[in-house]
Ligand binder design. Structure first.
Ligand SMILES: Cc1cc2nc3c(=O)[nH]c(=O)nc-3n(C[C@H](O)[C@H](O)[C@H](O)COP(=O)(O)O)c2cc1C
Length: 318
């Protein structure tokens, strides 16, 4: 599908975006997604502006980048406009990210209690100040990722603030903070919201198959996929071409990128985090999964998961 979508000055080739996912969309995973093709832009996991301005080594590792033609966004979270300004200056001066995304949707208690993430949806004055602070600090593309609201739905008001302060697109996870993940995403808000906005609307929530995703795309300018893209990293390619990449090829590639990026002691927890989603819905017996998840031996988990997915792929051959 040819995309007419433009975010700021960036022409987006494919209207499909992988969500920022803490602990999952790290550099090796972003490289994997990029290698699959058909990805409109790549987003880092949420990055603390405090960590960034303090040059926390863990934070700096999280914003490491790689060469690619795919536009790259860094997602920031925090609670003080001044800290955002400083963090954005750092991004401008020290990195090659094409854009910045503001996290105004994270429901995690630790984040909300500090006045960040979804908290901003119930303090719209602070929200406006932060959106303004970022916009005034960068000419790079700027998007804001929100939910429908905090307790109730006030997405129209929130999205109008985003647009009014000059952001280039709004990304909406069609749930309130209160909805958590228990209720289905409320896509019925997509059409009326789109009608009220001049900036592009990217919709997010519960997209797990190509058919539904194509349907949803009729009401928005782009779609963003979280869990579905870890379960199936070739999801976007499947939407475009109808073809899915083999799971054993994907797993081997992820392992190669992951081992190349992290020190050895990180390999086991990182591979397990990947497998937790990647192994979903593929008919793998629970006991085989458990063996992998309780093991403390990286070589065992690596060899067994490679074997497991190679066998599944062999079984699927006509
Ligand atoms: C493990 C996990 C980590 C997440 N981390 C982030 C994050 O860092 N930033 C963010 O904006 N949203 C984060 N989210 C929310 C997703 O980006 C997305 O909005 C949500 O999962 C709904 O989309 P989905 O149904 O396609 O997964 C996270 C979700 C999950 C499950």
């Amino acid at each position: 599908m040819k995309s007419k979508l433009k975010i700021g000055e960036i022409n987006i080739k494919h209207p499909y975006f992988p969500s920022p996912l803490a602990g999952l969309t790290d550099l090796p995973f972003r490289m994997l997604l990029d290698s699959m093709g058909c990805t409109g832009a790549l987003f880092t996991e949420m990055i603390s502006v405090e960590g960034l301005v303090r040059k926390n080594p863990r934070t700096l590792l999280m914003i490491k980048s790689f060469k690619s033609d795919t536009p790259k966004f860094v997602q920031l979270f925090g609670s003080h406009p001044e800290t955002f300004k400083e963090a954005v200056r750092y991004i401008n001066n020290e990195t090659d990210f094409d854009g910045i995304d503001l996290n105004a949707g994270c429901p995690v208690k630790k984040v909300v209690n500090k006045g960040a993430g979804a908290y901003l949806l119930k303090d719209l004055s602070k929200f406006r100040d932060i959106v303004r602070a970022i916009r005034n600090s960068t000419d790079r593309a700027f998007t804001v990722k929100i939910r429908l609201g905090f307790n109730g739905v006030n997405v129209f008001e929130i999205a109008k603030i985003v647009e009014g302060e000059g952001a280039d697109a709004v990304i909406v996870h069609f749930r309130t903070k209160k909805d958590g993940y228990s209720k289905p995403a409320r896509w019925e808000f997509a059409k009326p919201l789109k009608e009220k906005l001049k900036i592009p609307l990217i919709g997010n929530g519960d997209l797990l198959d190509a058919k539904t995703t194509k349907e949803r795309l009729k009401f928005v300018d782009g779609i963003m996929v979280g869990r579905g893209i870890v379960i199936n990293p070739s999801f976007f390619k499947e939407i475009e071409t109808g073809k899915r990449e083999r799971d054993d090829i994907i797993l081997n590639r992820f392992i190669k990128y992951m081992e190349g990026f992290y020190p050895e002691e990180k390999w086991l927890p990182r591979l397990k985090a990947f497998l937790r989603y990647f192994s979903k819905g593929k008919g793998i017996p629970k006991q085989r999964k458990n063996e992998l998840f309780i093991s403390k031996d990286y070589s065992f988990v690596k060899q067994n998961s490679i074997e497991l997915f190679s066998n599944i792929c062999k079984d699927k051959k006509p």
